[in-house]
Design a protein around this ligand. Structure first.
Ligand code: PBG
Length: 333
Protein backbone atom coordinates (compact mmCIF):
# COMPACT_ATOMS: atom_id res chain seq x y z
CA UNK A 1 0.00 0.00 0.00
CA UNK A 2 1.26 3.47 -0.87
CA UNK A 3 1.31 5.55 2.33
CA UNK A 4 -0.72 8.75 2.28
CA UNK A 5 1.77 11.57 1.87
CA UNK A 6 1.92 14.63 4.06
CA UNK A 7 1.53 17.82 2.03
CA UNK A 8 4.23 19.60 0.07
CA UNK A 9 6.98 20.68 0.87
CA UNK A 10 7.59 17.89 3.42
CA UNK A 11 7.43 15.39 0.58
CA UNK A 12 9.70 16.47 -2.21
CA UNK A 13 10.09 13.16 -4.02
CA UNK A 14 12.81 14.72 -6.15
CA UNK A 15 15.14 14.71 -3.10
CA UNK A 16 15.87 11.03 -3.65
CA UNK A 17 16.53 11.58 -7.35
CA UNK A 18 19.13 14.34 -6.92
CA UNK A 19 22.32 12.28 -7.34
CA UNK A 20 23.23 8.93 -8.85
CA UNK A 21 24.11 7.63 -5.37
CA UNK A 22 20.70 8.54 -3.93
CA UNK A 23 18.95 7.10 -6.97
CA UNK A 24 20.89 3.86 -6.49
CA UNK A 25 19.85 3.69 -2.85
CA UNK A 26 16.20 4.24 -3.73
CA UNK A 27 16.11 1.82 -6.66
CA UNK A 28 13.45 -0.85 -6.11
CA UNK A 29 14.30 -3.36 -8.82
CA UNK A 30 17.56 -4.50 -10.33
CA UNK A 31 18.54 -6.32 -13.46
CA UNK A 32 21.37 -8.82 -13.38
CA UNK A 33 23.07 -11.18 -15.78
CA UNK A 34 21.49 -13.94 -13.70
CA UNK A 35 18.01 -12.89 -14.88
CA UNK A 36 18.73 -13.75 -18.51
CA UNK A 37 17.99 -16.79 -20.65
CA UNK A 38 19.43 -16.68 -24.17
CA UNK A 39 17.36 -18.25 -27.00
CA UNK A 40 19.51 -19.47 -29.91
CA UNK A 41 18.73 -21.13 -33.25
CA UNK A 42 20.54 -24.30 -34.28
CA UNK A 43 20.62 -26.19 -37.56
CA UNK A 44 22.45 -28.87 -39.48
CA UNK A 45 21.43 -27.64 -42.90
CA UNK A 46 23.65 -25.54 -45.11
CA UNK A 47 23.81 -21.82 -44.56
CA UNK A 48 24.38 -21.95 -40.81
CA UNK A 49 26.43 -19.54 -38.71
CA UNK A 50 24.77 -16.71 -40.62
CA UNK A 51 22.51 -13.92 -39.42
CA UNK A 52 18.72 -14.39 -39.52
CA UNK A 53 17.56 -11.64 -41.92
CA UNK A 54 14.58 -10.50 -39.82
CA UNK A 55 16.59 -10.59 -36.57
CA UNK A 56 19.69 -8.37 -36.89
CA UNK A 57 22.51 -9.67 -34.71
CA UNK A 58 20.89 -13.11 -34.25
CA UNK A 59 22.69 -16.13 -35.71
CA UNK A 60 21.54 -19.57 -36.76
CA UNK A 61 24.29 -21.82 -35.40
CA UNK A 62 25.79 -25.12 -36.43
CA UNK A 63 26.36 -27.65 -33.64
CA UNK A 64 29.91 -26.37 -33.17
CA UNK A 65 28.72 -22.79 -33.30
CA UNK A 66 26.11 -23.54 -30.64
CA UNK A 67 28.74 -25.01 -28.30
CA UNK A 68 30.89 -21.90 -28.76
CA UNK A 69 27.81 -19.73 -28.09
CA UNK A 70 27.16 -21.67 -24.88
CA UNK A 71 30.79 -21.19 -23.81
CA UNK A 72 30.51 -17.46 -24.48
CA UNK A 73 27.25 -17.27 -22.52
CA UNK A 74 28.75 -19.17 -19.58
CA UNK A 75 31.76 -16.83 -19.54
CA UNK A 76 29.39 -13.88 -19.39
CA UNK A 77 27.57 -15.49 -16.44
CA UNK A 78 24.30 -16.16 -18.29
CA UNK A 79 22.66 -19.06 -16.42
CA UNK A 80 20.73 -20.69 -19.26
CA UNK A 81 20.58 -21.04 -23.02
CA UNK A 82 17.44 -22.13 -24.89
CA UNK A 83 17.59 -24.11 -28.16
CA UNK A 84 15.30 -23.73 -31.17
CA UNK A 85 15.91 -25.91 -34.24
CA UNK A 86 15.78 -24.92 -37.88
CA UNK A 87 14.89 -28.17 -39.60
CA UNK A 88 15.61 -29.18 -43.15
CA UNK A 89 12.24 -28.92 -44.98
CA UNK A 90 12.98 -32.39 -46.41
CA UNK A 91 12.56 -34.06 -42.98
CA UNK A 92 9.33 -32.24 -42.06
CA UNK A 93 6.30 -34.53 -42.18
CA UNK A 94 2.65 -34.48 -41.11
CA UNK A 95 3.49 -36.97 -38.32
CA UNK A 96 6.51 -34.98 -37.12
CA UNK A 97 8.64 -38.05 -36.24
CA UNK A 98 11.84 -36.00 -36.38
CA UNK A 99 10.67 -34.22 -33.20
CA UNK A 100 11.54 -37.18 -30.96
CA UNK A 101 14.47 -38.52 -32.96
CA UNK A 102 17.22 -38.94 -30.30
CA UNK A 103 19.72 -37.73 -32.91
CA UNK A 104 17.84 -34.68 -34.18
CA UNK A 105 19.79 -31.43 -34.16
CA UNK A 106 18.36 -30.27 -30.81
CA UNK A 107 19.23 -33.48 -29.00
CA UNK A 108 22.74 -33.57 -30.47
CA UNK A 109 23.33 -29.96 -29.44
CA UNK A 110 22.04 -30.67 -25.91
CA UNK A 111 24.54 -33.53 -25.56
CA UNK A 112 27.40 -31.48 -27.00
CA UNK A 113 26.76 -28.51 -24.71
CA UNK A 114 26.31 -30.67 -21.60
CA UNK A 115 29.61 -32.41 -22.44
CA UNK A 116 31.61 -29.23 -23.04
CA UNK A 117 29.89 -26.53 -20.97
CA UNK A 118 28.17 -28.47 -18.17
CA UNK A 119 27.71 -25.41 -15.97
CA UNK A 120 25.17 -23.72 -18.24
CA UNK A 121 21.54 -24.87 -17.97
CA UNK A 122 20.17 -26.08 -21.29
CA UNK A 123 16.53 -25.30 -21.96
CA UNK A 124 14.57 -26.75 -24.86
CA UNK A 125 11.42 -26.02 -26.81
CA UNK A 126 8.67 -28.62 -26.93
CA UNK A 127 6.24 -28.15 -29.82
CA UNK A 128 5.90 -29.77 -33.21
CA UNK A 129 6.13 -26.69 -35.44
CA UNK A 130 9.81 -26.94 -36.47
CA UNK A 131 9.17 -30.53 -37.64
CA UNK A 132 5.65 -30.20 -38.98
CA UNK A 133 5.02 -30.04 -42.73
CA UNK A 134 2.11 -27.67 -42.05
CA UNK A 135 3.88 -25.45 -39.51
CA UNK A 136 1.49 -26.07 -36.59
CA UNK A 137 2.48 -26.90 -33.02
CA UNK A 138 0.23 -29.95 -33.10
CA UNK A 139 -0.84 -32.77 -35.38
CA UNK A 140 -3.52 -31.73 -37.85
CA UNK A 141 -6.38 -33.85 -39.19
CA UNK A 142 -9.04 -32.37 -41.48
CA UNK A 143 -7.94 -28.90 -40.49
CA UNK A 144 -8.33 -29.61 -36.73
CA UNK A 145 -5.36 -29.45 -34.34
CA UNK A 146 -5.54 -32.74 -32.43
CA UNK A 147 -4.96 -32.27 -28.71
CA UNK A 148 -4.47 -35.70 -27.15
CA UNK A 149 -2.59 -37.27 -30.06
CA UNK A 150 -0.27 -34.25 -30.02
CA UNK A 151 0.33 -34.67 -26.27
CA UNK A 152 1.55 -38.23 -26.93
CA UNK A 153 4.10 -36.81 -29.40
CA UNK A 154 5.16 -34.06 -27.00
CA UNK A 155 5.79 -36.63 -24.26
CA UNK A 156 8.08 -38.56 -26.62
CA UNK A 157 9.87 -35.30 -27.41
CA UNK A 158 10.26 -34.48 -23.72
CA UNK A 159 11.71 -37.89 -22.92
CA UNK A 160 14.21 -37.69 -25.82
CA UNK A 161 15.36 -34.25 -24.64
CA UNK A 162 15.61 -35.38 -21.01
CA UNK A 163 17.62 -38.43 -22.12
CA UNK A 164 19.95 -36.08 -24.01
CA UNK A 165 20.56 -34.16 -20.78
CA UNK A 166 18.27 -31.12 -20.95
CA UNK A 167 17.91 -29.25 -17.64
CA UNK A 168 14.75 -27.30 -18.43
CA UNK A 169 11.96 -28.44 -20.76
CA UNK A 170 9.92 -25.65 -22.31
CA UNK A 171 6.55 -26.80 -23.68
CA UNK A 172 5.44 -23.93 -25.95
CA UNK A 173 2.62 -25.76 -27.71
CA UNK A 174 -0.44 -24.80 -25.60
CA UNK A 175 -2.12 -28.23 -25.82
CA UNK A 176 -4.27 -29.13 -22.80
CA UNK A 177 -2.89 -31.71 -20.40
CA UNK A 178 0.67 -31.83 -21.69
CA UNK A 179 2.37 -30.79 -18.45
CA UNK A 180 0.75 -33.58 -16.44
CA UNK A 181 1.47 -36.15 -19.14
CA UNK A 182 5.12 -35.09 -19.36
CA UNK A 183 5.59 -34.99 -15.62
CA UNK A 184 4.19 -38.51 -15.22
CA UNK A 185 6.37 -39.83 -18.05
CA UNK A 186 9.51 -38.12 -16.72
CA UNK A 187 8.97 -39.60 -13.24
CA UNK A 188 8.34 -43.00 -14.79
CA UNK A 189 11.62 -42.80 -16.71
CA UNK A 190 13.70 -41.77 -13.69
CA UNK A 191 14.00 -38.15 -14.83
CA UNK A 192 12.60 -36.80 -11.58
CA UNK A 193 15.02 -33.85 -11.51
CA UNK A 194 14.22 -32.44 -14.93
CA UNK A 195 12.43 -29.10 -14.58
CA UNK A 196 9.52 -27.85 -16.68
CA UNK A 197 9.12 -24.19 -17.57
CA UNK A 198 5.62 -24.12 -18.98
CA UNK A 199 4.71 -21.56 -21.60
CA UNK A 200 1.48 -21.30 -19.64
CA UNK A 201 0.14 -18.00 -20.93
CA UNK A 202 1.12 -17.87 -24.56
CA UNK A 203 -0.91 -15.55 -26.73
CA UNK A 204 -1.77 -15.89 -30.43
CA UNK A 205 0.49 -13.00 -31.34
CA UNK A 206 1.74 -11.30 -34.47
CA UNK A 207 5.02 -10.68 -32.68
CA UNK A 208 6.32 -14.18 -33.51
CA UNK A 209 6.77 -13.58 -37.25
CA UNK A 210 10.57 -13.12 -37.30
CA UNK A 211 10.93 -16.31 -35.22
CA UNK A 212 8.93 -18.26 -37.77
CA UNK A 213 11.44 -17.03 -40.38
CA UNK A 214 14.30 -18.11 -38.14
CA UNK A 215 12.98 -21.68 -37.74
CA UNK A 216 11.79 -21.87 -41.33
CA UNK A 217 8.09 -22.21 -40.46
CA UNK A 218 6.81 -19.10 -42.22
CA UNK A 219 5.96 -20.58 -45.61
CA UNK A 220 4.79 -23.82 -44.03
CA UNK A 221 2.14 -22.48 -41.63
CA UNK A 222 -1.41 -23.03 -42.85
CA UNK A 223 -3.89 -20.72 -41.13
CA UNK A 224 -3.25 -19.36 -37.64
CA UNK A 225 -2.76 -20.67 -34.09
CA UNK A 226 -5.87 -19.18 -32.51
CA UNK A 227 -7.47 -22.49 -31.53
CA UNK A 228 -4.61 -23.25 -29.13
CA UNK A 229 -2.82 -20.00 -28.28
CA UNK A 230 -4.61 -17.43 -26.10
CA UNK A 231 -6.83 -14.60 -27.23
CA UNK A 232 -4.91 -11.32 -26.73
CA UNK A 233 -8.07 -9.87 -25.21
CA UNK A 234 -7.96 -12.20 -22.19
CA UNK A 235 -6.33 -11.94 -18.79
CA UNK A 236 -8.26 -14.08 -16.23
CA UNK A 237 -7.76 -17.04 -18.55
CA UNK A 238 -3.98 -16.67 -18.13
CA UNK A 239 -4.39 -17.21 -14.38
CA UNK A 240 -6.46 -20.35 -14.97
CA UNK A 241 -3.77 -21.71 -17.31
CA UNK A 242 -0.99 -20.99 -14.81
CA UNK A 243 -2.96 -22.62 -11.97
CA UNK A 244 -3.62 -25.66 -14.13
CA UNK A 245 0.01 -26.06 -15.27
CA UNK A 246 1.35 -25.68 -11.72
CA UNK A 247 -1.11 -28.30 -10.50
CA UNK A 248 0.09 -30.63 -13.28
CA UNK A 249 3.73 -30.31 -12.23
CA UNK A 250 5.30 -27.23 -13.84
CA UNK A 251 8.21 -25.77 -11.83
CA UNK A 252 8.19 -22.38 -13.55
CA UNK A 253 5.79 -20.51 -15.80
CA UNK A 254 6.14 -18.16 -18.71
CA UNK A 255 4.19 -15.29 -20.21
CA UNK A 256 4.68 -14.69 -23.92
CA UNK A 257 5.06 -12.23 -25.64
CA UNK A 258 6.58 -9.98 -23.01
CA UNK A 259 6.34 -6.22 -23.29
CA UNK A 260 2.76 -6.02 -24.58
CA UNK A 261 1.71 -8.43 -21.79
CA UNK A 262 3.42 -7.02 -18.68
CA UNK A 263 0.01 -6.80 -16.99
CA UNK A 264 -0.21 -10.61 -17.25
CA UNK A 265 3.31 -11.02 -15.81
CA UNK A 266 2.30 -8.85 -12.88
CA UNK A 267 -0.94 -10.70 -12.18
CA UNK A 268 0.73 -14.09 -12.41
CA UNK A 269 3.54 -13.19 -10.02
CA UNK A 270 1.19 -11.51 -7.55
CA UNK A 271 -1.27 -14.39 -7.53
CA UNK A 272 1.05 -17.40 -7.49
CA UNK A 273 4.47 -16.22 -6.30
CA UNK A 274 6.20 -18.89 -8.37
CA UNK A 275 9.26 -18.51 -10.64
CA UNK A 276 7.81 -16.40 -13.45
CA UNK A 277 9.50 -15.62 -16.77
CA UNK A 278 8.64 -13.56 -19.79
CA UNK A 279 9.72 -14.10 -23.36
CA UNK A 280 10.76 -10.89 -25.06
CA UNK A 281 9.91 -12.41 -28.41
CA UNK A 282 11.39 -12.02 -31.86
CA UNK A 283 9.00 -9.26 -32.96
CA UNK A 284 9.77 -7.19 -29.88
CA UNK A 285 13.48 -7.56 -30.54
CA UNK A 286 13.08 -6.85 -34.28
CA UNK A 287 10.99 -3.75 -33.53
CA UNK A 288 13.64 -2.34 -31.22
CA UNK A 289 16.47 -3.21 -33.61
CA UNK A 290 14.69 -1.62 -36.57
CA UNK A 291 14.42 1.63 -34.63
CA UNK A 292 18.06 1.33 -33.55
CA UNK A 293 19.18 0.78 -37.15
CA UNK A 294 17.26 3.87 -38.22
CA UNK A 295 18.95 5.91 -35.50
CA UNK A 296 15.61 6.46 -33.73
CA UNK A 297 16.42 4.63 -30.49
CA UNK A 298 19.64 3.98 -28.61
CA UNK A 299 20.52 0.26 -28.62
CA UNK A 300 21.85 -0.06 -25.09
CA UNK A 301 19.21 2.14 -23.52
CA UNK A 302 16.21 0.50 -25.17
CA UNK A 303 17.64 -2.91 -24.31
CA UNK A 304 18.22 -2.21 -20.62
CA UNK A 305 15.01 -0.23 -20.07
CA UNK A 306 12.88 -2.91 -21.70
CA UNK A 307 14.56 -5.66 -19.65
CA UNK A 308 14.16 -3.69 -16.43
CA UNK A 309 10.44 -3.38 -17.17
CA UNK A 310 10.11 -7.17 -16.85
CA UNK A 311 11.77 -7.12 -13.43
CA UNK A 312 9.48 -4.29 -12.29
CA UNK A 313 6.43 -6.24 -13.47
CA UNK A 314 7.53 -9.11 -11.22
CA UNK A 315 9.38 -11.45 -13.55
CA UNK A 316 12.24 -13.48 -12.13
CA UNK A 317 13.90 -13.56 -15.53
CA UNK A 318 13.57 -12.93 -19.24
CA UNK A 319 14.21 -14.94 -22.38
CA UNK A 320 15.75 -12.40 -24.70
CA UNK A 321 17.77 -12.25 -27.90
CA UNK A 322 19.55 -9.33 -26.22
CA UNK A 323 21.01 -11.66 -23.56
CA UNK A 324 24.70 -11.59 -24.56
CA UNK A 325 24.73 -7.85 -25.27
CA UNK A 326 22.87 -7.10 -22.04
CA UNK A 327 25.14 -9.41 -20.05
CA UNK A 328 28.23 -7.66 -21.36
CA UNK A 329 26.88 -4.24 -20.40
CA UNK A 330 25.63 -5.35 -17.00
CA UNK A 331 29.00 -6.84 -16.16
CA UNK A 332 30.82 -3.67 -17.19
CA UNK A 333 28.62 -1.41 -15.07
C1 PBG B 1 6.40 -22.28 -31.33
C2 PBG B 1 7.18 -21.15 -30.78
C3 PBG B 1 7.08 -19.85 -31.24
C4 PBG B 1 7.99 -19.09 -30.51
C5 PBG B 1 8.64 -19.95 -29.62
N1 PBG B 1 8.11 -21.22 -29.79
C6 PBG B 1 6.28 -19.27 -32.33
C7 PBG B 1 4.89 -19.63 -32.51
O1 PBG B 1 4.18 -19.98 -31.57
O2 PBG B 1 4.46 -19.57 -33.66
C8 PBG B 1 8.20 -17.63 -30.72
C9 PBG B 1 9.42 -17.01 -30.14
C10 PBG B 1 9.73 -15.67 -30.70
O3 PBG B 1 8.93 -15.07 -31.44
O4 PBG B 1 10.82 -15.19 -30.39
N2 PBG B 1 6.39 -23.43 -30.67
Amino acid sequence: MTPILPPFPHTRLRRMRRTAALRDLAQENRLSVKDLIWPIFVTDVAGADVEVPSLPGVTRYTLEGAVRAAEHAAQLGIPAICLFPYTDPAVKTERCEEAWNPDNITNRVIRAIKAEVPEIAVMTDIALDPYNANGHDGLVRDGIILNDETVDCLVKMALAQADAGADILGPSDMMDGRIGAMRTALEGAGHNDVTILSYAAKFASCFYSPFRDAVGATGALKGDKKTYQMNPGNSDEALRLVARDLAEGADMVMVKPGMPYLDICHRVKERFGVPTYAYQVSGEYAMAMAAVQNGWLDHDKVMLESLMAFRRAGCDGVLTYFAPAAAKLLRES
